[in-house]
Structure formats: C-alpha cells, structure tokens
Design a protein around this ligand. Structure first.
Ligand SMILES: Nc1ncnc2c1ncn2[C@@H]1O[C@H](COP(=O)(O)OP(=O)(O)OP(=O)(O)O)[C@@H](O)[C@H]1O
Ligand code: NI
Length: 313
C-alpha cells in the first residue's frame, strides 16, 4: 500500500519576467515501509520536492499537482491540519543540518524544544528521545545534552537531528542529503544509521541524495531526476547496476569505483527548456527524434524510463 502518492507535481519560481521550472510533472508513490530515494545532480529538483510536501517553499513558488498522504492531499490541507502533520506524522531532516540546530542552545534544550506542551509532555518526550539517542549510536546521551552543537562532530550532529526528527514517531521521514559535507568515516556511520532506522524501526523514508553508495545500501526503489523530471524509476539495485537511461548510465560511470568518468556538458536552463528530450544535448545515443519530441515515461512492471530508445525487454 502507498503511504504517499504524488501525481503531476510541478514547481515553478518567478525569475524577473521569466519562470524557473524547478520540477515538471513528477509522479511517484512511496509504499508503506519502503525507503524511496530521489537521486540526481545539483539543481535537478530534489530538495524542492521535499519542501513542497511540507509546504515549506517560499511564498512565491507555484505548486501544482497532488500529494496524497494517507488519503489527504497535503497541498489542500488547512493550516491547522497541516500543523498536525508537519514534524509529527511527516518529519523532515533538512539539507543543511547546521541550520537545523540553534548554536546558542545546549543540545538537551534543543531536543526539549521539539516537544510542545507542559512539563510532563516534555519530560516524557525527553525520556523517549534519550532512549532513541542510545539506540542510534549516541553514547552517553546525558553528557551530549549538556554540550553545544558546535562541540559535536558532523556525524554526531546528524544523529542528534535524526533523533529529533524521529521523536514523534513519524509515519514518513524525509531526509535531504544526509551525507552531504560528512567526512568518509561519518558517511559510513550515516549509512549504518539509516540502515538501522530502516531495519529496526521499519520507517518509511523519502531519501534525497547525491550519494549513490547510500542510495544502493538503503533504498528499495529510486527515482532519478534530470532537469526537474523523473527520467528513470525502479528498484535501487536495478537502477544502479543496470541503468537504462543514458543519464543514469553517466551518473553511475561518474562514481569513483567505476573509474570516475565525468559526464560532459551541463543541464539545460530551467527558464527555457529544450524541445525534445531534456538530456539530448548531452546524450551520446541521441537521434533526430530526441531533439524533436519530448519522451514520455515508458512504464513497465515496477518502474519506467523516459527515453525514446530504451527497450525494456
Ligand atoms: N527559492 C527559489 N527561487 C528560485 N529558484 C529556486 C528556488 N529554490 C530552488 N530553485 C531552483 O529550483 C531548482 C531545483 O532546486 P533544488 O534545490 O530542488 O535542487 P537539488 O536537486 O536539491 O540540488 P542540490 O543537490 O544542489 O541540493 C534549481 O534550478 C534551483 O535553482
Ligand atoms: Ni537539494
């Protein structure tokens, strides 16, 4: 069963006289208990999807489409209904963890702020949070609570934020670039952390990342975004080992373990997207049709690919 059903999601921003097409007609489901990944290079539209779901985009953004979370369209909820969901039933670990913590508050107080209400609710919340901190590899949580955020390593800060995000036992956790800016050791730690959140808590997650190692370890299915649209969607192991779309092939080849072959060219301007396939100017397989006709997503059981030339047999 799907916990989240996104259909025809488009996101635009005004830019002077023009419009930036950040996301175009994105549709996917996140099934209960699965980790669904969104991968793609910088600017492809990953973060704005996460922000749109919780209606955290700036007021000048235009969002269209639907996002049904357990039968309710997140985009048409009243503010009071949205408050019951945001941070509680759907929690977001933001892209910039430094910005998620207040530098002048000790970690313990930081954590307490998550819990609303009177002293009793805060106390109960903190009890749960401390237990969670221990489970998520934060040793000696009481001591950590007495420190300030800058006294923690990047990896520890991230775990603290994970605990804060999980403290209301959300049905859906959205994590945006959880390994960004971490050193290699902390990256390995983050993979362990998310594997644990997935296996032991069975959390449904939407994991937004550049990091294909993380995606392969943790995600069940992934969508690959290019210039604001999904170009390939399937089981993570399939997409990352036998990619079908030329862009996904390029992403996989650019991985250090595959020889770090960089992809040439740049993604197109989002103010004037090219006719035809958005990737055709960079595509080594491109033919006449590719510069003329925008490819539709060709769906097959469990997945799909947006390319004129991909046979799915
Ligand atoms: N507030 C905004 N105003 C105008 N354009 C924006 C705004 N926020 C995002 N965009 C544009 O929308 C597009 C998608 O941005 P987004 O942050 O979702 O990319 P991303 O895939 O998360 O990239 P990264 O990997 O760098 O985080 C980009 O072209 C970006 O310039
Ligand atoms: Ni982002």
């Amino acid at each position: 069963m799907s916990l989240l059903e996104i259909r025809d999601l488009s996101i635009e921003f005004p830019s002077g006289e023009n419009t930036v097409k950040a996301v175009s007609d994105v549709s996917f489901d996140v099934r209960e208990g699965e980790v669904f990944g969104i991968i793609g290079e910088s600017g492809s539209g990953k973060s704005v999807i996460g922000l749109a779901l919780l209606r955290l985009l700036p007021a000048n953004a235009t969002v269209s489409g639907t996002a049904f979370f357990q039968g309710q369209d997140l985009f048409s909820l009243k503010p009071s209904e949205l408050r019951k969901i945001r941070g509680k039933r759907i929690s977001l670990m933001p892209q910039n963890p430094a910005g998620a913590l207040n530098p002048v508050l000790k970690n313990g107080l930081q954590m307490e702020e998550v819990f609303e209400g009177n002293g009793k609710e805060k106390k109960e919340g903190m009890k749960k949070a401390l237990k969670l901190m221990k489970q998520l590899f934060l040793k000696d949580p009481e001591r950590l609570c007495g420190l300030y955020p800058h006294q923690l390593s990047g990896g520890m800060r991230q775990r603290l934020i994970a605990c804060m995000s999980l403290s209301f036992e959300p049905e859906l956790l959205i994590a945006d670039e959880p390994t960004k800016g971490l050193d290699p050791e902390a990256k390995t730690g983050a993979i362990e952390l998310f594997t644990k959140i997935k296996k032991e808590y069975g959390k449904t997650m939407l994991l937004i990342t550049h990091d294909l190692d993380l995606a392969l370890e943790v995600c069940d299915r992934i969508a690959v975004m290019y210039a604001g649209e999904i170009v390939e969607l399937d089981k993570a192991s399939k997409v990352l080992s036998t990619p079908l779309h030329p862009y996904t092939k390029g992403l996989v080849r650019a991985q250090p373990r595959n020889g770090l072959v960089p992809m040439s060219g740049q993604s197109p301007s989002r103010i004037s997207l090219p006719d035809g396939c958005f990737f055709h100017e960079r595509c080594r397989y491109s033919g006449i049709e590719c510069s003329r006709k925008h490819p539709e997503m060709k769906n097959h059981k469990g997945g799909g690919v947006r390319c004129h030339f991909q046979s799915l047999q």
